[in-house]
Design a binder for this molecule. Structure first.
Ligand code: PRX
Length: 646
């Protein structure tokens, strides 16, 4: 966010009330829901009933800080809740997934269709020895088979580890290694703006150093020739053909693992965030229904990729557990034209759109003519997620996409929280552009100062969660200590989000951004340590430090300061080479926008890189306190030369 916009955000005081037309028909119309949420256990016990349980829970919450067991003693299955239970009534033949391919093809799967294919694929996995507890890696484009693979794993109780299709083979390999996945599900390739990204080739490279993966199942999507390793690799369409359609859903303990999803943190290695079946499913199902005011006839579109938590919670588990019709789009928003989203909304009569501020800012830049040329009257609710939305983008979204009749739910949450934590409840909560308003009923968030004390209204500080919530992650995969230290160590007994926020005079929350070494690029978390590791891996680089700088469209962009090894000759291609190296090591989303070469990095006398100073330099601000610097000349050098190199 631009500095100007950030300031604007804090001064924003306009209140927008939910339009009558909307609130009079909303699922939640009574503001007392917030009071009901105060009795947390009672509230979540009530919500637990929305799922089908094979065995009811004994205790709604067992809390041994920082370890929680929600719905302890209960048994259920996530896939059963997303599929089987909808087959009994009218939803059986309702569209569950409407798929729009990048090239324009359309595929509709009813709940019955999805149920059948999930059961078949679960049987395929079973035939390859996948059992309850085995991990399965999924590295796929945004196609129905990605959802089918996830639900098939859930049906067997085999935790999936979905790896975003834009990640490099090295990132994929690290995630396969850490999760010790037994089987990989992928496709020959994925489409991106008409080009083909060779996913299968990446899998082959990733598996060169992994010995234990027994099977790779390949969906045919892009059709280019790929190498199939005899004995290990199998085509999805061939193995599914004769698979049985009967596959009982595994009764899982509420506290069993549903999936692992890796996310960036402050240290180099991404963390495997573990989510459980019971609490997660109750959390995403409740929030999905209430936040999106889901009605039976809605066409709900979440633009997030299944490789991120938003795709898990609000493209798959939340909406399907609620029997929604989910639109899934494979491609880019500007392919073939910049009105592709609006064309899709017009074509399918989408009524709920959930997207990210970075996309909204691109649409703003492309201009109103694109949405104006399409009929968007089917829309009745808009959502935003992933980063702070600046009031200007909020207003544009409200006016040009929502026609001033659709509430906007600005939803704050994280991979770790699993479910939306702060948001307007659209029929009852007045909105302020740029604020995610207040915590969801039954969720308790606070802004605290350095000492962990709650701040007064009008003040800012660190965003923490004081009480456990149902979709909270269980641990960091294989590393309980990291879970305790990273998240619960900063302020003992409370969960630290890593975010800075302000609590305004009306009690509304304004999330400002990360205070740790995480950069939020287009709503995606990138650890500075990961990018630095990738840069240092290049033979020319001695040392690197990265910061996030404001970016008009992406929110933040990676700005890297690099010092080269002695004797390295600087050539014209060097900067481009370094950027390409990061893309190769992590994926193109981590590619630095700027690389600045310097002989030295500014460090404290104890040798710590002063990132705050680098951030000031990258964003062209007056420098803060430089008194702890070991060598002030370094900063003067950086400032003097920055303009020349850019
Ligand atoms: O900094 C916050 C920002 O995204 C971070 C979580 O990133 P991730 O785990 O990748 O999950 C993104 C999708 C849920 C948060 O710590 N963030 C997310 N939503 C918002 C947000 N910042 C401000 N407003 C939001 N609505």
């Amino acid at each position: 966010m631009e500095e100007k916009q950030r300031e604007g955000l804090m001064e924003e005081n306009r209140l927008f009330f939910p339009p009558n037309e909307f609130s009079s028909k909303a699922i939640i119309q009574n503001p007392e829901i917030y009071e009901l949420g105060q009795d947390r256990e009672m509230f979540w016990s009530e919500q637990g009933k929305r799922l089908d349980w094979f065995k009811p829970w004994d205790t709604v919450l067992e809390w041994n800080p920082p370890f929680a067991k929600w719905y302890a003693g209960g048994k259920l299955n996530a896939a059963y809740n997303c599929l089987d239970r909808h087959l009994k009534g009218a939803r059986r033949n309702k569209a569950a997934l409407i798929f729009e391919g990048e090239l324009g093809e359309r595929r509709v799967l009813t709940y019955q269709d999805l149920y059948r294919e999930v059961a078949q694929f679960a049987n395929v996995l079973k035939s390859y020895g996948v059992e309850k507890g085995d991990r399965v890696a999924i590295y796929m484009p945004m196609i129905p088979e990605a959802v089918i693979a996830m639900l098939a794993c859930a049906r067997l109780g085999a935790p999936h580890n979905v790896v975003f299709g834009g990640f490099s083979y090295e990132a994929l390999r690290d995630r396969i290694l850490d999760s010790q996945a037994k089987v990989v599900v992928t496709s020959d390739g994925s489409y991106r703006r008409g080009n083909i990204i060779p996913l299968k080739e990446n899998v082959d490279q990733a598996l060169r150093s992994v010995t234990w993966v027994e099977k790779v199942i390949v969906v045919q999507r892009t059709g280019q020739p790929v190498e199939m390793q005899v004995g290990r690799d199998a085509w999805y369409h061939e193995v599914i053909k004769n698979a049985s359609m009967v596959c009982p859903a595994e009764p899982m303990d509420a506290d069993d693992m549903l999936f692992i999803l890796y996310t960036s943190g402050t240290t180099g290695k991404p963390k495997g965030i573990v989510h459980t079946v019971g609490g997660y499913m109750v959390g995403v199902s409740t929030t999905h229904e209430w936040v999106f005011d889901l009605k039976e006839e809605d066409v709900y579109w979440c633009t997030a990729d299944v490789g991120w938590i938003t795709g898990h919670s609000y493209l798959v588990y939340g909406p399907l557990s609620n029997g929604a019709t989910v639109l899934m789009y494979e491609g880019a928003p500007d392919f073939p034209e910049k009105d592709r989203y609006w064309e899709i909304i017009e074509k399918y009569g989408v009524s709920i759109l959930y997207t990210a501020p970075t996309a909204i800012r691109s649409f703003m830049k492309w201009g109103e003519s694109h949405p104006l040329g399409r009929d968007l009257s089917s829309l009745r609710l808009l959502g935003s997620v992933g980063e702070p939305i600046n009031p200007e983008a909020w207003m544009w979204y409200y006016k040009h996409i929502g026609g001033e009749r659709c509430p906007i739910v600005d939803t704050w949450w994280q991979t770790e929280t699993g479910m939306i934590m702060m948001t307007p409840v659209p029929g009852i909560t007045p909105m302020k552009p740029g604020s995610c308003t207040t915590p969801f009923p039954g969720v308790h968030l606070e802004v605290v100062n350095h000492g962990g004390e709650p701040v007064q209204k009008g003040e800012g500080g660190y965003l923490v969660v004081r009480e456990p919530w149902p979709a909270m992650f269980k641990t960091v995969y294989g590393d309980n200590k990291r879970y305790e230290d990273t998240y619960w160590g900063q302020f003992p007994g409370v969960y630290f989000t890593g975010d800075e926020a302000k609590w305004d005079d009306d009690g509304y929350f304004w999330v400002i951004g990360r205070v740790d070494d995480v950069i939020n690029v287009s709503g995606h978390r990138i650890g500075t340590a990961e990018v630095e590791g990738a840069l240092v891996d290049h033979p020319a680089v001695a040392e690197a430090a990265c910061v996030g700088r404001v970016h008009e469209i992406k929110g933040q962009a990676v700005f890297a300061f690099v010092s080269l090894k002695e004797g390295v000759v600087i050539h014209d291609q060097l900067i481009a080479d370094l950027k390409a190296h990061v893309a190769l090591k992590i994926g193109s989303l981590a590619r630095p926008d700027d690389i600045f070469l310097t002989d030295e990095l500014p460090k404290t006398r104890s040798g710590k890189i002063m990132r705050r100073l680098l951030k000031d330099i990258a964003e062209g601000r007056a420098l803060g306190d430089t008194s702890t610097l070991a060598d002030a000349a370094v900063v003067n050098f950086l400032k003097r030369n920055l303009k020349d190199q850019k």
